[in-house]
Design a protein around this ligand. Structure first.
Ligand code: ATP
Ligand code: MG
Length: 464
């Protein structure tokens, strides 16, 4: 169908030969030696041991969607094509290619981390450096403090090697530092040209990726042989099409600790109410998953689902009901929820992101006011664990995700792809063209089974 054709074109990943048709390729310097044993019964048609190389073919694809809806009214059904409930959508598989478009001795690679902190940044930096070295790259540098490091003369490039990065994943944060705002795209590309950088690895969120794509386009315009590869960093898990992004698992894990503290405080107080604010500017994934995981949340509030605080069906009257029936209650609220209740601040940060009002503090104040007003005793405690969570080191599952993403970022750059980002999709690792994944934030579907499961576990009613 036309939709499938459009899809194929949309998810084609840009390659340096699109703009530089004469770019030369070389045999890969990344050696794969293993061979999967093939039972004699199935050996027919398989390559011989001599032919076997184990590289990823450029035409390999991963199935993006595998779900079959028998009706468009099923929970979570996305009717992208109204005539079709059976979707097959394919995206490019990540991994090392047999042919590479950069000679390792000619490569000067740079890594930059932008935006806010997220568990796993150091794990990704580490793995990019290690994989570059395995290809034979000698010139590897970190750009300090985000895109700002390209223009700020007081910030020197940080030479990176396996020795430097060996243990950096044992602590949180970013070895290179992060920042918001910074120089224009053409200034960044000027600086890259001057420094001779021909591989750029960009770790960051939506804003950073918009920047990375603009850098890729500027390099194309100047006909530079440069590979720009992103690794999506968003603790909120709000990147389209990806199963999950690194740092999210760790965030949910840590959020549970905050929830547990709030629960203990609430449970130990007379008519105790614990309120926990979690990350999630436009998407409630952390709040939803942490609520599901902890089993200690009575009310989960996310940006995607509107709610009332006041009135007979509001959050506050349900809190009163919970105090009367259970004696205590715990609320988990995502930072982007209930923004309508707050006065617009109309301020933006250095990157141009709107600064949100503080829904956690607002809820704390409104809850206290409400119970005081009706003369009903309530002991309200508020916890905001945001910065404690962001600064954590990655847990085991995020550590593995970061390792694979870091390796694939390097494989993608050597294969000559640029303007791409790496991700995990239906449990397989893939390359996406950047614009497809940053078109809008991924959000919790209020009609999805997962959100319904969350409501079942908290037992909360609709607050509208
Ligand atoms: P986080 O999830 O922490 O918000 P982010 O990548 O979205 O991560 P931002 O502060 O929005 O963080 O942006 C990071 C960097 O990207 C900044 O240096 C900013 O100047 C740059 N940037 C943001 N949007 C664009 C854009 N549209 N074009 C070019 N650069 C951009
Ligand atoms: Mg952002």
């Amino acid at each position: 169908s036309k939709y499938e054709l459009d899809f194929e074109a949309r998810f084609n990943i840009p390659h340096i030969t699109d703009v530089l048709p004469d770019a030369v390729s070389y045999p890969s310097t990344f050696c794969l030696k293993m061979r999967t044993p093939v039972s004699p019964d199935f050996a027919e048609g398989y390559p011989s041991d001599e032919e076997w190389h184990g590289y990823i073919n450029n035409n390999d694809r991963v199935l993006l969607k595998v779900i079959r809806y028998s009706s468009p009214t099923s929970a979570g059904a996305e009717c992208i094509d109204p005539d079709c409930t059976w979707l097959e959508q394919w995206v490019h598989r990540a991994g090392p290619r047999e042919k590479i478009y950069f000679k390792p001795e000619d490569v000067k690679a740079a890594i930059v981390t932008c935006g806010g902190l997220c568990p796993g940044l150091n794990d990704v930096i580490r793995q990019i450096v290690i994989t570059l070295e395995i290809y034979g790259v000698k010139k590897i540098f970190g750009i300090p403090f985000g895109y700002r490091g390209f223009s700020d003369k007081s910030l020197a490039e940080m030479p990176l090697s396996r020795k430097v990065v060996q243990n950096i994943h044992l602590s949180g944060g970013s070895l290179l530092g992060v920042s918001r705002g910074g120089p224009s795209v053409s200034d960044i590309v000027d600086s890259m040209e001057k420094r001779g950088i021909n591989m750029l690895f960009v770790l960051g969120g939506n804003g950073t990726h918009a920047g990375a794509n603009a850098i890729h386009e500027e390099c194309n315009k100047r006909r530079l042989k440069v590979a720009v590869v992103g690794v999506p960093k968003t603790i909120d898990n709000d990147i389209l099409l990806m199963d999950k992004t690194f740092g999210f698992d760790t965030a949910v894990e840590e959020a549970q600790r905050a929830i547990n503290s709030a629960y203990i405080e609430a449970h130990s107080a007379y008519h105790g109410i614990g309120i926990v604010k979690l990350m999630g500017r436009s998407s409630g994934f952390i709040a939803m998953q942490a609520s599901l995981a902890s089993g200690q949340i009575d009310i989960c509030l996310i940006p995607e689902v509107p709610f009332n605080l006041h009135g007979p069906h509001g959050v506050l009257s349900h809190l009163k009901y919970l105090l009367e029936t259970k004696g205590s209650a715990v609320v988990c609220v995502a930072e982007g929820a209930g923004q309508d209740f707050l006065e617009k601040i109309n301020a933006k940060d250095a990157s141009g992101n709107i600064i949100l009002g503080d829904i956690g503090v607002h809820m704390q104040q409104e809850t206290k006011k409400y119970f005081k007003g009706i003369g009903f005793p309530a002991d309200v405690k508020y916890i905001d664990p945001t910065y404690m969570i962001r600064a954590c080191r990655a847990n085991a599952s995020d550590g593995i995700l970061c390792t694979v993403l870091g390796q694939n970022a390097v494989h993608g750059a050597f294969a000559g792809y640029s303007g791409i980002t790496v991700g995990i999709c239906n449990t397989h690792y893939v390359y996406f063209p950047i614009p497809e994944v940053i078109a809008q934030p991924k959000v919790v579907d209020p009609n999805s089974r997962m959100w319904h499961r969350c409501l079942t576990s908290t037992g909360q009613p609709d607050f509208v």
